[in-house]
Design a protein around this ligand. Structure first.
Ligand code: ATP
Length: 458
């Protein structure tokens, strides 16, 4: 299996992903998506939205603000508890996440690190809003998209007449001041999440939790991740957040180079059964219950976030099942899983066998001869026609055909169409399949149907 270094190099070389602020030496924990990266990432998000919103009858979408009133994160518990344990080395003055540094590791200042006791470090990015920057106008960049969903629960309920069970989905940026961002886009300070808060009645939560674990696990498999590279991890009591009844993480083999197999896997998504913790925190007159048992009454919320259950004639605070995925981690998993190196006629070919729905470019139209006007014109015309079907289609005449195929293989384009001298005679083209490299002669008039069948949902 490919390791991260090869993926990083391909991403830079072919314009998927670049270091953030590279022009000025970079900004740690930030990455910029380039021309192909933005297409791939958009396709990941679109595939998720299609599956979780469009193809279900019990889901609505929202797009809420990144900037949040401080009170949202006070009553969600993030101000008090959204922290990681941090240690400092007294010798080299470097700071580490306590669970990510080995005390026996060599210190650049000689011998081993001399580490302090762990202290909590809050991961939220704080800012101020308005022209005066003081304590009275602090806001936070959201550390997860979920809170925007909870505080809009009643708005969505009232404006859609939804009945529980139903869910609210959101895709958007989140910000965490990670102590040690690392491993490319795996752990960064600015990232995107795809989150669902699914509201259910008490007593049905465990069943819904199970359903969502399966649903989300299968989403990755159906988009081409090999089952052996995906795992479920049921969080132990010690790992579980105090408010969660149960959480199952979906893990991908992000680190195949690690010797111990269990350590090769890390989280791409968490699916939590959160009880009614969140709505209890934010509802008018509700309270935040902390892990140590302390209770913080909510004296600021303006609305009750309850649902009127016609079956029992009672106002209830629904339970929540939360599948929470990282867009960047999912994108990385798709890149890693699709990467193949093959030998073809003594030549090395790198190919991304991406699911067609995820492929940044669906079709490349290539003239066999770049100095023949008739061939070039026909190819350009085919490109323009195919574009009308909503497929990202490109035209390229900047190299010989062999090289053009390799270029498209390396970025995962499922189909290349070659226009040659025969095309001018009989209106047929060659369609080449990325994975099998098999070539088929297809009439130009049939191209749309031929590709529609193969590209499916694209
Ligand atoms: P970790 O334990 O790896 O820090 P987490 O359990 O804190 O992750 P959640 O709060 O459950 O993560 O967030 C849901 C998803 O958001 C994660 O499964 C991951 O895909 C993504 N995510 C969280 N933090 C980051 C980050 N710093 N960089 C990239 N993606 C992230």
């Amino acid at each position: 299996m490919v390791d991260l270094d090869k993926i990083i190099s391909l991403c830079k070389r072919r314009g998927f992903i670049f270091q953030g602020s590279e022009q000025y030496g970079g900004l740690q924990g930030t990455w910029d998506y380039g021309p192909l990266g933005v297409e791939l990432k958009n396709n990941v998000k679109r595939a998720w939205w299609r599956k979780t919103v469009y193809e279900r009858d019990d889901m609505e979408g929202v797009d809420t603000s990144v900037l949040l009133n401080r009170l949202v994160l006070k009553y969600s518990g993030h101000e008090e508890t959204f922290s990681d344990p941090m240690v400092d080395c007294r010798k080299c003055k470097k700071r580490f996440r306590a669970d990510q540094v080995d005390a026996n590791e060599k210190c650049p200042e000689g011998d081993k690190h001399d580490l302090t006791e762990p202290r909590p470090f809050n991961l939220m990015f704080k800012t101020t809003y308005g022209p005066v920057a003081d304590e009275n106008n602090i806001a936070y960049l959201r550390p997860e998209t979920a809170q925007g969903i909870f505080i809009n629960f009643k708005n969505v309920l009232d404006s859609t007449n939804r009945k529980v069970p139903f869910g609210i989905a959101q895709i958007g940026k989140s910000y965490r001041n990670e102590i040690t961002p690392r491993n490319f886009i795996f752990r960064v300070r600015e990232f995107e999440q795809m989150e669902i808060e699914f509201f259910v009645k008490d007593g049905t939560d465990e069943e819904w939790h199970k359903k969502w674990i399966e649903e989300r696990f299968n989403w990755y498999i159906n988009l081409g991740i090999r089952p052996e590279n995906l795992r479920k991890h049921v969080q132990t009591k010690e790992e579980l957040a105090h408010y969660a009844k149960a959480t199952t993480d979906i893990l991908y083999r992000f680190f195949p180079e690690r010797e111990e197999e269990a350590k090769q896997f890390d989280e791409v998504e968490g699916v939590a059964n959160r009880g009614n913790f969140d709505l209890t925190c934010h509802t008018k007159g509700g309270k935040l219950v902390l892990a140590d048992g302390r209770e913080i009454p909510n004296v600021h919320a303006t609305t009750k976030l309850t649902y009127f259950d016609h079956e029992t004639n009672q106002h209830i605070l629904p339970n929540v099942v939360e599948p929470s995925a990282g867009v960047d981690r999912a994108t990385l998993a798709f890149l890693m899983d699709s990467y193949h190196e093959e030998t073809v006629n003594d030549d090395q070919r790198i190919v991304l066998k991406l699911h067609p729905e995820l492929a940044p470019i669906k079709v490349a139209v290539l003239p066999l001869k770049k100095n023949n006007e008739g061939i070039k014109k026909t190819a350009a015309k085919i490109k323009n026609e195919l574009m009308k079907n909503g497929w990202r289609t490109v035209y390229d005449d900047t190299a010989g055909i062999g090289k053009l195929y390799r270029r498209q293989d390396e970025i995962g384009t499922p189909f290349c169409i070659t226009v040659d001298f025969d095309t001018l005679e009989n209106n047929t083209v060659t369609v080449r399949d990325r994975d099998t490299m098999a070539q088929e002669r297809v009439a130009i008039d049939n191209l749309k149907d031929y590709l529609s069948e193969k590209l499916g949902n694209c």
